[in-house]
Write a protein that binds this ligand. Structure first.
Ligand SMILES: *Cc1c(COP(=O)(O)O)cnc(C)c1O
Length: 340
């Protein structure tokens, strides 16, 4: 047993667990679920995933709740999105019930790695699918591997929930206007590495991308969605190049529940001047509050958090979503799946 894990100081990294689960699509059907303790996969050197980027993934978390039960947050939504990503890249969609069954199974098998309640840590679940057929011509695979691995990850905010600064850089696009941005594709990440590293070198936590067609509207914030509070409303970009974040969707619902109006629409860069709060959102951090946004091309600074602290709406939404995941507040929308 790994009684040694210091849950509170775990990074967002990979730690070996006991098992992963796999399923292969061959001869037109999905096979049996296999449980493996091998961290490696054997892959043909001409597999389509290696040459032509047929790879999609998901990211979700399991938590140990206040009652000791393990909850997976928004499992079905992730299953649905993975199916959509598969369809987008002409890969075989994983049946949603198979996705859910395998996620529950891998969490159960690695139960000892689910961090204790109160640690702020969680068990990150990473499903991925790759094309495995050997092909040299550009053509989709007809065989696929679906695999789910888990790894415990520490709390995102180790020194407390706080603001970071981000920047706008027009020299980079993460995705194309009618490209693969709306699907969770590994290649989108490869395409964003240069911009991300550049921003980090300049001291920013992420790039706030503009829409790749007109460079007029806000798009995504690094590998996360963006939302802001303007005139008391929750505003978040509508764009076909954005990955529909399940965290964002959940926060929009919670905002409505709290009586905050929600607008999903085009947001121009100038509007940042009137935003009183802003944050990046995604599974990793829920909401990562933004202090300042620097438009590097125009040498302009938007000071969002005047006192440098996360604002009241962002903080309330963050606390609410966390409380639901941990079973501290009633799960009125049915977002948690309890792993028995
Ligand atoms: C995964 C991801 C997000 C966040 O989605 P969640 O479902 O909230 O975790 C946002 N943007 C991109 C590009 C992503 O890949």
């Amino acid at each position: 047993m790994d009684n040694q894990i210091d849950w509170a100081s775990l990074p967002f990294g990979y730690i070996k667990t006991d098992y992963n689960v796999r399923c292969e699509f061959r001869d037109g059907k999905w096979g049996q679920i296999e449980v493996s303790s091998d961290e490696n996969i054997s892959l043909h050197m001409a597999a389509t995933s290696l040459h032509y980027g047929q790879e999609i993934f998901e990211g979700l978390k399991a938590f140990r709740g206040v009652d000791g039960k393990i909850r997976i947050f928004r499992l079905e939504e992730n299953a649905r999105r993975m199916r959509e990503s598969a369809e987008g890249l002409l890969m075989e969609p994983i049946p949603e019930d198979l996705f859910c069954e395998m996620c529950k199974k891998v969490v159960k098998l690695n139960e000892r790695f689910v961090p204790p309640y109160g640690s702020g840590a969680s068990l990150y679940i990473r499903p991925l699918e790759i094309g495995t057929t050997a092909r040299v011509g550009v053509k989709p695979a007809s065989e696929f591997l679906f695999l789910v691995l888990v790894t415990p990850v520490g709390p995102y905010f180790k020194t407390g929930f706080g603001c970071t600064n981000i920047c706008i850089m027009r020299d980079y696009d993460r995705v194309a206007p009618k490209g693969t941005g709306r699907w969770k594709v590994g290649g989108n990440y490869a395409a964003s590495l240069q911009a991300g590293e550049h921003a980090h070198e300049l001291g920013y936590s992420a790039v706030l991308y503009l829409d790749p067609k007109e460079k007029k509207y806000l798009d995504e914030c690094g590998p996360a969605n963006f939302f802001a509070i303007k005139d008391g409303k929750y505003i978040t970009p509508a764009s076909e190049s954005i990955l529909p974040s399940i965290t964002n969707k959940s926060l929009m619902q919670l905002a409505k529940d709290m009586g905050v109006e929600v607008e999903q629409r085009h947001i121009t860069v100038d509007e940042l001047a009137d935003c009183t709060e802003a944050a990046a959102c995604g599974t990793a951090a829920v909401a990562s509050p933004i202090g300042e946004i620097h438009d590097l091309d125009n040498n302009k600074k938007y000071i969002i958090a005047k006192d440098g602290k996360p604002g009241p709406v962002t903080t309330a939404l963050y606390n609410r979503l966390n409380a639901i995941r941990l079973g501290e507040e009633p799960d009125v929308h049915g977002w948690n799946t309890i792993v028995e």
